[in-house]
Design a protein around this ligand. Structure first.
Ligand SMILES: Nc1nc2c(c(=O)[nH]1)N[C@H]1C(S)=C(S)[C@@H](COP(=O)(O)O)O[C@H]1N2
Ligand SMILES: [Mo]
Length: 252
């Protein structure tokens, strides 16, 4: 699978960077520079640390590939695992403009917004690919409010290290570090291909993390929490996925 060969490449890269002393040194370097992902323990732990550390050292400022409009997929594939209709019907405010978003944790001004407030902030659009860990992908235009602008509006505490995001689809929650949270391509997305974001694709509001695999792009976002540690969330592994064996950091 593509992500794995890329991962191997990156792992080999960091091991080589670390020189003859090899993996142990790389691990020490990763620890010294705070490059330890929350799911670093267990069978794949050392690999996860190397992948994350290598990517963060080498590609912290890189952009996900953006495509021309001619490459937008004619039939984008919505992952059928969720039943958005049932989900939305069970929610109090499923009117798009009223969709609620709470921002709390290590911020100066904890806030509850409606989607219409979010839309009054500057917007950005980008044409990027969603790639599922199961092998399929599609390209779409994503329109939304950069997370960085929302975080600046509420004021980050200096010790902030992660943004945890929660979905109305209860089992789904995830988190990203500040390199991704403050990245210009990380969008609170409410539009797709020049229209509203369809419910099947995560509308009214979806976190689009363009530099990571599709599962980090959680649909139906209702809450953001800024934190300095992921220990208190779920099993402390940073998201729901590592609890099922997937990596917290899923850079592509
Ligand atoms: N709330 C929620 N978000 C989710 C999922 C989900 O089931 N529920 N599936 C994830 C997975 S595994 C992938 S690959 C992408 C799929 O995005 P798509 O439906 O736009 O293709 O959404 C992610 N976000
Ligand atoms: Mo996926």
């Amino acid at each position: 699978m593509k992500p794995i060969s890329r991962r191997k490449l990156m792992t080999t890269g960091l091991a080589a960077t670390a020189g003859l002393a090899g993996l142990a040194t790389a691990d020490l370097l990763a620890q010294r520079y705070g490059l330890i992902p929350p799911d670093h323990r267990g069978l794949y732990g050392p690999g996860e640390t190397l992948t994350y550390a290598a990517q963060r050292l080498l590609t912290r400022h890189s952009l996900a590939r953006e495509f021309p409009p001619s490459m937008i997929s004619k039939e984008p594939f919505a992952n059928p695992a969720v039943s958005p209709k049932d989900l939305l019907q069970s929610l109090p405010a499923h009117n798009h403009g009223n969709w609620p978003l709470t921002i709390d944790g290590m911020v100066a001004r904890p806030t509850s917004l409606a989607l219409s407030d979010l839309k009054s902030l500057p917007m950005r659009s980008q044409i990027t690919e969603v790639a599922c860990e199961e092998g399929w992908s599609y390209i779409a235009q994503w329109i939304g409010t950069p997370l960085i602008d929302v975080l600046h509006a509420v004021g980050l505490h200096p010790q902030a290290r992660y943004v945890v995001y929660f979905s109305a689809d209860k089992e789904w929650w995830d988190s990203i570090d500040m390199a991704d949270a403050l990245h210009p391509q990380t969008l609170l997305t409410w539009g797709m291909n020049d229209g509203d974001l369809p419910v099947a694709f995560g509308g009214p509001l979806r976190m689009r993390v363009s530099r990571q695999l599709g599962y980090k792009s959680v649909k139906y976002i209702t809450r953001l929490t800024v934190t300095d540690s992921l220990k208190g969330f779920g099993k402390g592994l940073g998201s729901a996925e590592p609890e099922f064996g997937y990596a917290w950091y899923a850079g592509i």
